[in-house]
Ligand binder design. Structure first.
Ligand SMILES: [Zn+2]
Ligand SMILES: [Zn+2]
Length: 169
């Protein structure tokens, strides 16, 4: 299995579907087709995905967030398993490259990663800047983590910055 530059631990962190791969019939490690550029994809296993048969659907404005070598970096992102959340696959950028998806965090993960067992304070610190102004109530957001709200965590391999992107369901 490939290692992906922008996606850590695919086996654990990718979203897999029960539907067998429509290219080879494999029933394991099948990515859900909802996030790909072709709309006739229901399921594709990681082996077939690594053959670059289909690309993940990512809008051009996400390419335009990168200044240097954007075609190369964007090209690689399009063959990275999707993080199963917002349709736009709105990948955060730091140090002029895409950040690495390191997984979805529950409240416990925030608490463990925090300094004084204050997971909520850590969430406040790490939430992506574009999302901060949308938060009406931090307590409510915190209470929803792992229930109505998923917290996707990304890390910059260059400067070590971590950001959280929350998505409501
Ligand atoms: Zn396959
Ligand atoms: Zn950085």
């Amino acid at each position: 299995m490939n290692k992906y530059k922008y996606f850590e631990n695919v086996k654990e962190n990718a979203y897999f579907t029960e539907a067998p791969c429509q290219f080879c019939g494999a029933t394991e490690n099948c990515l859900d087709g909802a996030f790909f550029e072709r709309d006739d994809i229901e399921s594709i296993c990681l082996n077939c995905f690594e053959k670059k048969i289909v690309e993940v659907d990512i809008p051009d404005y996400i390419r335009d967030r990168i200044k240097k070598d954007s075609e190369k970096k964007f090209g690689e992102l399009r063959f990275t398993p999707p993080v199963p959340w917002i349709q736009n696959n709105d990948w955060p950028v730091c140090c002029d490259d895409y950040m690495v998806f390191i997984g979805e965090w529950e409240q416990d993960d925030f608490i463990k990663a925090s300094e004084n067992n204050d997971g909520k304070a850590l969430l406040k610190k790490l939430l992506h800047e574009d999302l901060i102004e949308l938060v009406e109530n931090w307590d409510a957001l915190w209470d929803d983590i792992g229930y109505e709200t998923a917290a996707f965590v990304f890390k910059c391999p260059y400067c070590g910055k971590t950001v959280v992107i929350c998505q409501d369901y």
